[in-house]
Design a protein around this ligand. Structure first.
Ligand code: 16G
Length: 256
């Protein structure tokens, strides 16, 4: 073609074969890692290359990919280790306690503070109360088997929940308390998930280095009558969480 250079795919047969092996190795290594206990060491690159009959470079590339996806982590001079499993934050409307129980973990909380404040315009709009209304704010670090997972700040209209600030929310579930003491049936929530990095204060609370990726999850929860009962804003560790969404396709619109 005049004026245009034809592109040639310059993959050598050997490279191509290694590429295919890489893709196959990725699957093999991922299932291999999934079966190992978190914290256990991976065999060396040389051993893995021998075991799976691929070049050491191919193994290295796949380990790098897994480290990037945080399935494994490296320690200088010590080797590569299996990372802690990620917990899925699903579309089910569960409490932190229920979420952890479902995974066989013990949910806990470290109280950061409970107070009552006057809603500014933004908070009032989220809670659908007049600006200036009293709002109960509960701040907790949520833990799973004692390990910090999220920093959570929950706001509830104080008028509807008198005495809430006096409850011991370090040892009990907020949703359980809302059901038992205030007869609230939690019915639905809208959640907004954004990506952020850990600021110094949250990083310290989560015992994770500052600047690490994290999820910021906001939830507006309503009762059976559609009345807003909470606005929660939480920071979840990006290395321990994933957000799982279940998308259902609407049936095609009926033809008229
Ligand atoms: C979850 C909710 C939070 C709720 C809390 C109650 C998200 C993002 N947040 O952390 O809105 O207040 O559960 O947990 O899911 P509890 O009943 O265990 O205290």
């Amino acid at each position: 073609m005049p004026g245009r250079e034809r592109r040639r795919v310059s993959t050598l047969p050997g490279e191509l074969a290694e590429g295919r092996k890489g893709a196959a190795l990725q699957e093999i290594l991922e299932s291999y890692v999934a079966e190992l206990e978190p914290g256990s060491a991976l065999p060396s690159e040389r051993e893995l290359a021998e075991r799976f009959g691929v070049a050491r470079m191919t193994v290295r590339a796949q380990i790098e990919r897994m480290a990037h996806r945080r399935l494994v982590y490296r320690q200088q001079g010590r080797g590569t280790f299996v990372a802690e499993r990620r917990l899925a934050h699903t579309e089910h409307l569960t409490s932190f306690t229920e979420d952890m129980q479902a995974r066989g973990l013990v949910a806990g909380a470290r109280m950061l503070g409970v107070d009552t404040l006057r809603a500014g315009r933004g908070l009032a709009a989220r809670l659908e109360v007049p600006a200036g209304s009293r709002v109960a704010r509960i701040r907790r670090v949520r833990t799973a088997d004692g390990v910090p997972m999220a920093v959570e700040q929950t706001h509830l209209p104080a008028r509807r929940f008198p005495g809430l600030a006096d409850e011991d929310l370090a040892t009990r579930s907020l949703y359980e308390l809302l059901a038992e003491r205030y007869d609230v049936t939690i019915a639905e929530a809208v959640q907004r998930v954004t990506v952020t990095t850990l600021q110094a204060a949250d990083a310290e609370l989560l015992e994770t280095p500052r600047g690490e990726p994290a999820f910021q999850i906001e939830r507006i929860t309503r009762d059976g009558d559609g009345v807003v009962i909470e606005f929660a804003a939480s920071i979840y560790r990006g290395d321990r969480y994933e957000v799982l969404m279940h998308a259902r396709r609407d049936p095609p619109a009926a033809l008229s």
